[in-house]
Design a protein around this ligand. Structure first.
Ligand code: NAP
Length: 588
């Protein structure tokens, strides 16, 4: 393609897409838009850091060939007042990947935000915001290091679709009449009206990207965030389509959270990603109190908008949050703050948002080693309290440096001690992994507590069962009692005897069949006093029916079975705790 003002560098090669996957040559051409206001300052500084990281990581074997693209005020100067030239859009499509600084939204009638226009023109339907903590960055959280989430926000639908009718207009009145007269809707007079479209197509393509990301980056879970308890056919449908998609397209790689408890006893099988969902309001609380439980989040436009900024604020604010807008393949990485015009050309502001968006871009290209160098050098420089003015005012004893001096410090770290940096990044990953293992241990040993803390209300036998403990049929009762004491349990399963049937021995059996019958616990085998056959339920049985089964069979506990094998146990006490913790509402 030929361009009027854009010049593709001769030495570079274009990124190609084969069967939907990126093919990145060692000398890719990547587009950059420096942006308005503080854009040129942060772009200049960031380009130097990215180049240094690539050079260090690949010893000169790889190199980015940058191609300047124009949008915003610089474009208007070159293209006769056109802020949004078509040739820049063509070039982004041709180059596949670009990175941009902030753009001014021209004030005055008829201008829409250039960022929104860009997303729409290139159908960049997924807004991706990784939010993680970098040591040393000021944070209001007690344990900010537990924050490491990637938010996938749907960019094209929801109340952002622009289908809105102003109060008092003929369109509004026409729609209001239709809704009242034809659809039986009831609302106050003169209400402004907006439509919230959420489609299976829009939802699934976003969630597909989130799950694929989780697979590619070996993440633990994907959480669908929605307000489906209130908006059943939009937000609730998003959730349902998400589960449907995970099962149909990623069945090999995913399990649901329900299955994690009911089939795997809380222990996450290797290579499987857990698909779960949370209500939009509770997620704000959970991301503050238990951020380590969330990994990749997929949500709709409005929830995503609020959530991205709220989570970013936990670890330093949107001033340092990186971001990208991605279509099926084309990706535009960007600083998430604005142009801060009062600081333009002062070499003063923090380049972190753009800089870290570049690290994210390197990961997207598969150049993880270069991204790691930046991610690891960053906290070291901030930890040295070598920061721009915005961080300096939040940190005592800091050195306030310019945009370019901050970049110099990063480059010095990257080029000076690459091995140390790689180890540092590995240590961070190991710490997160340890934390995950601790949570898994809690899920296995105390599933109900884990569930309560994670904001879920259990509804089925699988959701509240405890893992089983069993003993050989030939063991003596005193040995079984010893095990029950050790594990603090009131019943123990008895492994199949000659007849091949499992049994159960409870504290009550000991009272009635040993003490009451005046026998010796050391001489009686558990098989002699065990109850058989077991009263079993399936893991998906609702709690009401579990209770009904106990009443019908006059037992105080039931065994949860899967493939004819006992996998868990639910007792009257467990049901009591559910009512105590969560209250009880009649089941639908
Ligand atoms: P802004 O440019 O983000 O600036 C607001 C304040 O945030 C600044 O005054 C400064 O705070 C702080 N800040 C922003 N970036 C910073 C950085 N890199 N380093 C240190 N501090 C930083 O928001 P705005 O003033 O509302 O918007 C200005 C223009 O940007 C508007 O035209 C808007 O449309 C546009 N905008 C563009 C994008 C985008 O391109 N993605 C996003 C948002 C806004 P202090 O004054 O306290 O130091």
């Amino acid at each position: 393609m030929t361009y009027k003002h854009i010049t593709l560098p001769h030495a570079g090669k274009k990124i190609s897409v084969v069967d939907g996957a990126l093919r990145v040559p060692d000398n890719p051409i990547i587009g950059f838009i420096e942006g308005d206001g503080i854009g040129p300052d942060i772009t200049k500084a960031s380009l130097r850091v990215w180049d240094a990281a690539v050079e260090k990581a690949y010893a000169g074997k790889r190199k980015i060939h940058w191609c300047e693209l124009y949008m915003g005020e610089k474009a208007a100067g070159l293209f006769d007042g056109d802020y949004f030239p078509k040739e820049t859009l063509d070039a982004i499509r041709e180059l596949t990947i670009a990175i941009k600084g902030p753009l001014t939204t021209p004030i005055g009638g008829g201008f829409r935000s250039l960022n929104v226009s860009l997303r729409q023109a290139l159908d960049l339907y997924a807004c991706v915001r990784p939010v993680r903590y970098y040591a040393g960055v000021p944070s209001p959280l007690r344990r900010p290091e537990e924050v490491d989430v990637v938010i996938f926000r749907e960019n094209t639908e929801d109340v952002y679709a622009g289908i809105e009718y102003q109060s008092g207009t003929p369109e509004n009145e026409k729609l209001a009449r239709f809704l009242r007269e034809q659809m039986g809707a009831n609302f106050f007079d003169d209400a402004g009206l907006a439509i919230k479209p959420i489609s299976p197509f829009g939802s699934k393509r976003l969630i597909r990207k989130a799950i694929q990301y989780a697979i590619d980056h070996e993440r633990e879970s994907v959480t669908l965030v929605h307000k489906g308890n209130i908006m059943k056919y939009t937000e609730g449908a998003f959730r349902n389509w998400g589960y449907e998609l995970a099962k149909e397209e990623f069945g090999e790689h995913t399990i649901t959270e329900e299955e994690l408890y009911s089939e795997y006893g809380g222990k996450q099988p290797a290579g499987k990603i857990v698909i779960k969902d949370r209500i939009a309001d509770i997620i704000f609380q959970l991301l503050q109190l238990r951020p380590s439980e969330f990994d990749v989040i997929a949500t709709m436009n409005l929830n995503g908008d609020y959530l991205s900024d709220a989570v970013a604020a936990e670890v330093g604010g949107i001033g340092i949050a990186p971001g990208a807008n991605i279509s099926d393949v084309v990706a535009v990485f960007e600083a998430t703050h604005g142009t801060a015009p009062k600081y333009a050309n002062q070499n003063k502001v923090n380049p972190s948002s753009l800089l870290l968006s570049g690290a994210m871009m390197l990961e997207y290209m598969g150049w993880k080693e270069a991204a790691d160098l930046i991610n690891a050098a960053y906290p070291q420089v901030v930890g040295d309290k070598f920061v721009t003015y915005d961080f300096a005012r939040l940190m005592s004893g800091s050195h306030t440096v310019s945009t370019s001096a901050f970049a110099d410090a990063l480059i010095a770290r990257i080029t000076g001690n690459a091995d140390d940096l790689a180890r540092f990044e590995q240590e961070r990953r190991d710490a997160l992994e340890r934390e995950r293992k601790e949570r898994e241990a809690q899920r296995v040993t105390n599933p109900m507590e884990a569930m309560k803390e994670s904001g879920r209300r259990p509804t089925t036998a699988g959701g509240i069962m405890s893992p089983i403990k069993s003993i050989a049929a030939s063991a003596t009762v005193d040995k079984a009692m010893h095990q029950m004491r050790q594990h603090n349990i009131s019943s123990i399963l008895v492994e199949p005897d000659g007849s091949g049937t499992w049994g159960i021995m409870t504290q009550r059996d000991i009272v009635t069949k040993i003490v009451g019958a005046n026998k010796s616990a050391a001489n009686v085998k558990v098989s002699e006093i065990a109850s058989r056959p077991l009263v079993c339920v399936t893991s998906d049985l609702t709690l009401r029916l579990v209770s009904q089964t106990m009443m019908d069979n006059r037992v105080r506990r039931v065994v949860v079975e899967s493939n004819d094998q006992p996998v868990g146990i639910v007792s009257e006490t467990d049901l009591f705790r559910i009512v105590e913790e969560f209250g009880w509402e009649p089941e639908d």
